[in-house]
Design a protein around this ligand. Structure first.
Ligand code: SF4
Length: 333
């Protein structure tokens, strides 16, 4: 593989760098082994959790959050507070989807995004958008139009040989349904059917950060367990600055992702069993519903420097639909 040193890339350059790789990056026997390990953990959870707490759901975003602040996970469970970040993120997904399938640019981006929200049943997001001030509406429009320009410039048309699949859902059921891991990938390219290496891209309306690395590797494992092949590359693309943070996938990285995922699943099980959640200050303090009664979070915000604010000011742009993993369906990949 062409060297991909840590840093940011243009999408088309990163894709070219992996184009000659094998369709799956890791021996399938490794996936069998990792699945067996996760199955054993899930079976243990099934044996100890009361039936009413099952199935234990571990959508990818909840898993990531529980490894940050456990209290934040409980504070946000079942909440759906629509905000600008959520609408921007959902709208952007539709712009990216149209770009990779259409190949000739997305114009007008705002209408494409709104149509996508309408067709996908996100009426609540559209209602929220329509109720906003002209200033918020302008900001959303500007973001989407800029993103569409970046897609043309930084991504270019995607060769159909890559078989681009936007919004692919993946659900992995463990221990006869006791634990359900799920996720929705913003974009999947390649894989064995195409003869090209698999690539999974997570689209962010905020900034792509190296901190997304661990999440990306979990996506690689989740995709591998569901589809039977491991992507050669997982990457976060940011529509704010056209930054692509790519991460080649190795066997060691996949094993580390399995250990981290296991840790998260066990934490979710312990919380479901009633353990007191631990607090851990981090980026999510800024938009945490418990902030006004959380000494840890308040101290964190008081301590933050301007650099921290710059680094962490991107509110989570996922929707609850992402967090629920789409209810168990799978897009073929
Ligand atoms: S304010 Fe911060 S530390 Fe407190 S519960 Fe929320 S995310 Fe956790």
């Amino acid at each position: 593989m062409q060297e991909l040193a840590p840093g940011r890339y243009r999408f088309r350059d990163a894709l070219a760098a992996v184009a000659g790789e094998a369709p799956t990056a890791v021996d399938p026997d490794v996936l069998v082994e990792l699945r067996a390990e996760l199955e054993a953990v899930a079976a243990d959870i099934a044996a100890h959790l009361p039936t009413e707490a099952l199935p234990l759901r571990a959508p990818k975003d909840r898993l990531a959050r529980v490894l940050g602040c456990e209290r934040h996970v409980l504070a946000t469970l079942g909440r759906r507070e629509i905000g600008e970040a959520m609408v921007r993120g959902a709208a952007l997904d539709h712009v990216v989807g149209r770009h990779v399938l259409g190949g000739a640019g997305v114009d007008p981006a705002v209408e494409v995004a709104r149509e996508g929200l309408r067709v996908s049943g996100a009426d609540d997001l559209l209602r929220w958008w329509d109720a906003q001030s002209a200033e918020v509406d302008d900001a959303l429009r500007e973001h989407l139009e800029r993103a569409a320009e970046l897609l043309v410039d930084g991504w270019g048309p995607i060769d159909p040989a890559w078989w681009p699949r936007p919004q692919v859902e993946a659900t992995v059921v463990l221990a006869d349904g006791a634990v359900v891991c799920s996720g929705r990938f913003d974009l999947v390219l390649g894989g064995p059917v195409t003869g090209l290496p698999g690539v999974i891209v997570e689209v962010k309306s905020g900034r792509a950060r190296p901190a997304h690395r661990d999440d990306l590797l979990w996506y690689a494992l989740l995709g591998g367990l569901r589809f039977g092949w491991v992507p050669a590359l997982v990457a976060t693309w940011s529509a704010t600055d056209d930054g692509l943070v790519p991460l080649p996938v190795s066997e060691g990285a996949l094993r580390a992702a399995a250990r981290r995922g296991t840790d998260g699943i066990v934490r979710l099980a312990e919380l479901a069993a009633g353990r007191t959640p631990k607090e851990r200050a981090g980026p999510s303090c800024g938009w945490c519903p418990d902030l006004d009664r959380c000494a840890t979070g308040l101290a964190e915000l008081a301590r933050r420097t301007d650099d921290d604010a710059e680094r962490w000011d991107d509110e989570d742009d996922t929707t609850d639909d992402d967090d629920d993993g789409g209810g168990g369906g799978d897009g073929g990949a």
